[in-house]
Every structure is written in structure tokens, then in C-alpha cells.
Design a protein around this ligand. Structure first.
Ligand code: C5P
Length: 324
């Protein structure tokens, strides 16, 4: 192993850049259980990878330089470039695991909305794991990459996994979900993000208001479970059934923190979407449509509605992070 690592270090100095493409996600079901003792919430969530992508490119750094991050894209200014960026933490975690130096220049071409509930930060973490693994010639077993991903954040394993998967535990325990066909989505991106911990906190506050002290704890909130009708809709490729089954337990909390999202959801539904929900912890709103032409129509109606900053269309499911 020591020889292997020494070789990897020498290779890294001259290695060619590695680029990984990684998709955004929408949670087509997000069932939130009670707050656990560790502060996280037990989930039953169905992650769905959609064709909006970030690209992370890893280039060798000078010895001792550490991890550096640069970002391009319309929202580049609001992406942290310090050690808190999940891509930086991923590179560091992988290097530490193998006992190699984390000298790498990471460049993020960002197209996934920032702090939007579409796992953009998690996507970059997953992409950086794969990109650094290839750059440093480490050949890390997939199982180890998933374990490192889970330590980085609850959504990072799914960004590696892609497709459609049921997430349990805090979202990191994945089981693939069978699907058929392609689903056509429209995303309404809000002005400004929402903090994920703040939205979970608001969900707890609303539950305590309704159920009294302890109302948000595991003893009071039913154990979340996957929705059979939703899984059937995915398995048969039935957009109308999926649209009817979409659900997000964080939606009330996101709407409480950002009441204007109700106008966005209504605008998309009025324009003909067959399903609408807040994506993850928000504030991006996701709309399912029957086909590509309906998606274009819903997208232009949303753009004209003045209820969001910009609008994107995307098809899914798509694969998880992969070398491009
Ligand atoms: O795992 P991740 O770092 O993405 O989580 C961000 C925050 O979201 C956590 O600190 C926690 O407040 C909240 N969270 C939660 N339960 C989950 C996942 C996330 O409460 N299952």
C-alpha cells in the first residue's frame, strides 16, 4: 500500500485533469420522521436525479498547496471557495483516508441552483470524490466512496448513486427504485436560498405548535415509510400518477419561512403542471409535466408570472456522478 501511495503522489504531479459531471436531485417523496437524539431526522425519501449538471474538474496542485477551489457560472459569487465547500471537504476526506497529500485544484462549473434544495453542494462533494480518486490513481472501492460520501452529508451518497433511489436513515442508506421511461420537469428557482437546518427547525417548531412539547420527537412522529402508489407510478412510468403522489413533509416549513412560494406553486399548477412541490428544503419549486411540450409551456408561463427568479426544464432520471 505504501508503494502504491508513493506512486500515486508522483503521478499526481503530471496527471491530466479529470472532469466529473454530476446531476441535481428532486425528492419526489420526502417523509420526515421525528427528530433523533443526534439532531437529524429519520427519513423515507425518494431521490430522483434530474438532468441539470455541475462539472467538477480536478488538476494536480503544487506539493503543500492543499485544496483550492474556483467556481464559474451565474451564481459563482455565492458559492464558498474555502474549506467549507463540500468539494474541498470531499478531497480532504479522501486524501486523509488514503494517507496522501490533498494537493488539488478543483474547478466547479456550477449550473445547479445554489442553496435551492436540489443538492448542488452535495453534488460537488460527490463529484470531487470521484475526480480526486481518478486524479490521484487511488482506485477506491465503491463501497468506501459511499461511506466517505455519507460522512460528508446526507444527500452526498445519492449524488454518487443517481437514478431514483429510496433514502432511509438520514437519507444516506440507499435502495435503488425501478423506473420506466423519462419524466419531464420544470424548476422555478427562487431569489435567494433557504438554509436546510432552518427548514428542518421550522418543521419541528410547527409540529410542536400542533402537538405540544416533544411533538417533534421520534416518540410522537410516526416512522416515515415509502409511498406504495408513488413507487408504482415510477415503476410503470406513469407521469399523472407520479404527479398525484408527489409529497414533501418539509413543504409547510419552507412555505412558512417563504410564503411567496405558494404563488410560485399556484402559477405552475395553473399553467398545466400535473404535480407541484417544493424541492427538498426549498426554495426551488418543482413541477412535473406530461411531456416535453407541456414542460416548455409551463416554463414560459412561470417565467412570465413574476413569481420566481428563473426557470429551468430538465428530464430524468439520469445517472449519478461520472467521469466525462
Ligand atoms: O447531512 P447534511 O449536512 O446535508 O444536513 C444538513 C442539516 O440538515 C443537518 O445539520 C440537519 O439540521 C438537517 N437534516 C436533518 N435530518 C436529515 C438530514 C438533514 O435534520 N435527515
Amino acid at each position: 500500500a505504501a508503494d502504491h501511495h508513493a506512486d500515486a503522489g508522483i503521478d499526481a504531479g503530471t496527471a491530466a485533469p479529470v472532469t466529473v459531471r454530476v446531476p441535481a436531485k428532486v425528492n419526489v417523496q420526502l417523509a420526515v420522521g421525528g427528530r433523533r437524539a443526534d439532531g437529524f431526522h429519520a427519513l423515507a425519501t425518494v431521490f430522483f436525479a434530474v438532468g441539470l449538471f455541475d462539472e467538477v474538474t480536478a488538476r494536480p496542485g503544487e506539493p503543500g498547496e492543499g485544496v483550492t477551489i474556483t467556481v464559474e457560472g451565474p451564481d459563482a459569487g455565492v458559492v464558498p471557495t474555502d474549506g467549507t465547500n463540500l468539494a474541498a471537504r470531499a478531497a480532504q476526506a479522501l486524501a486523509t483516508h488514503h494517507g496522501v497529500a490533498a494537493d488539488v485544484r478543483l474547478h466547479i462549473a456550477k449550473d445547479i441552483p445554489v442553496a435551492g434544495g436540489m443538492a448542488g453542494g452535495s453534488a460537488d462533494g460527490a463529484a470531487a470524490l470521484l475526480a480526486c480518486d481518478a486524479l490521484w490513481g487511488l482506485d477506491t472501492p465503491r463501497e468506501t466512496l459511499f461511506a466517505l460520501a455519507a460522512e460528508l452529508g446526507s444527500d452526498v451518497p445519492f449524488s454518487l448513486h443517481g437514478g431514483v433511489a429510496l433514502g432511509e436513515g438520514r437519507g444516506e442508506q440507499l435502495t435503488p427504485v425501478p423506473t420506466q421511461g423519462a419524466f419531464h420537469w420544470v424548476f422555478a428557482v427562487a431569489d435567494g436560498g433557504l438554509s436546510t437546518p432552518a427548514v428542518y427547525g421550522e418543521c419541528d417548531r410547527l409540529r410542536e405548535l400542533a402537538g405540544g412539547p416533544g411533538g417533534a420527537d421520534e416518540s410522537h412522529v410516526p416512522t416515515p415509510a415509502a409511498d406504495r402508489a408513488l413507487l408504482d407510478a415510477l415503476a410503470t412510468g406513469d407521469p399523472a400518477a407520479l404527479g398525484a403522489a408527489l409529497s414533501n413533509d418539509l413543504q409547510a416549513a419552507a412555505l412558512s419561512l417563504r410564503p411567496s412560494l405558494a404563488d410560485t406553486l399556484r402559477a405552475g399548477t395553473d399553467a398545466g403542471a400535473i404535480g407541484a412541490l417544493v424541492s427538498g428544503s426549498g426554495p426551488t419549486c418543482a413541477f412535473l409535466t406530461k411531456d416535453a411540450s407541456d414542460a416548455a409551456a409551463v416554463a414560459s408561463a412561470l417565467a412570465a408570472s413574476g413569481t420566481c427568479r428563473n426557470v429551468r426544464t430538465a428530464v430524468g432520471p439520469v445517472p449519478g456522478a461520472q467521469l466525462s
